[in-house]
Design a binder for this molecule. Sequence first.
Ligand SMILES: NC(=O)c1ccc[n+]([C@@H]2O[C@H](COP(=O)([O-])OP(=O)(O)OC[C@H]3O[C@@H](n4cnc5c(N)ncnc54)[C@H](OP(=O)(O)O)[C@@H]3O)[C@@H](O)[C@H]2O)c1
Length: 266
Amino acid sequence: MDTAGLGLDLAGKRALVCGSSQGIGLACAQRLARLGAGVTLLARDGDALARVCGGLAPASEAHDWLVADFAEPEAVQKVVADHVRKTSPYAIIVNNTGGPPPGPIVDAAPNDFMAALRMHLACNQLLLQTLLPGMKQLGYGRVINIISISVREPIPGLGVSNTTRWAVAAWAKTCAGELGKYGITVNNVLPGYTDTARLRSLITRRAQAHGISEAELTEQWLADIPAARLASPDEIASAVGFLASPSAGYVNGINLPVDGGRLSSM
Ligand SMILES: NC(=O)c1ccc[n+]([C@@H]2O[C@H](COP(=O)([O-])OP(=O)(O)OC[C@H]3O[C@@H](n4cnc5c(N)ncnc54)[C@H](OP(=O)(O)O)[C@@H]3O)[C@@H](O)[C@H]2O)c1
């Protein structure tokens, strides 16, 4: 709760946090609940969501969870739309899901791009369309997309991901232009290397591919990060908590890197 009057208080607001059974999404859900929001968790693993839900900080609005697979955007929209009809409007959505599989872009099949765009772009669009009437009714909306620093500097070996992230960033910027007048902001958070299950599996695969140990690979990565360490998921969630808050009302259409200084471009 915002006892210091910093405009971070989310009491009375509801937030839909996607991809929130683990990793960055989980940390975002925990952060928003600590700021006072009622959180709806969404991912594929219902047992994990039930556990997470039980551990969220109590808020004036109830916490709950929904099971849906971002590989099927229309089904995700239906699950959320059915829920919205039974509850009060959402003020906040955090768009987040598993990243596309790694690999050189020249090896990608057209369907790899289509699948990633369905998960990352079509889901964002359908969820926005579903929650938008409620946000307009509230006169308050925060759409926050977890993307990647690859929006600013493509990451070698993540061809489909780099391409998809750019599409999402362009979508978000365009939405920001259309929705600002309703008190709705649309912003992107760009995590650097963040210590989650996804990153650990990426490290394992990359280390094997390069014939080096995971420790050696991690050391190589850290050499490029001025902070000389990985981010914790909660450090990404801290930026999300700010962007979700009344304090960030005049921040719209930005890409916010949370990367320990890793991006070399301005
Ligand atoms: N970690 C990093 O270093 C880093 C850096 C830059 C960008 N990112 C991006 O940030 C996002 C989150 O990363 P993370 O490291 O937190 O990943 P993570 O630990 O793998 O967590 C992914 C979350 O998304 C859910 N999810 C995955 N596939 C889903 C699907 N098809 N439908 C619904 N939910 C799904 C997972 O839950 P279920 O399995 O229960 O569905 C889980 O809650 C990804 O897009 C990633 O590429 C991560």
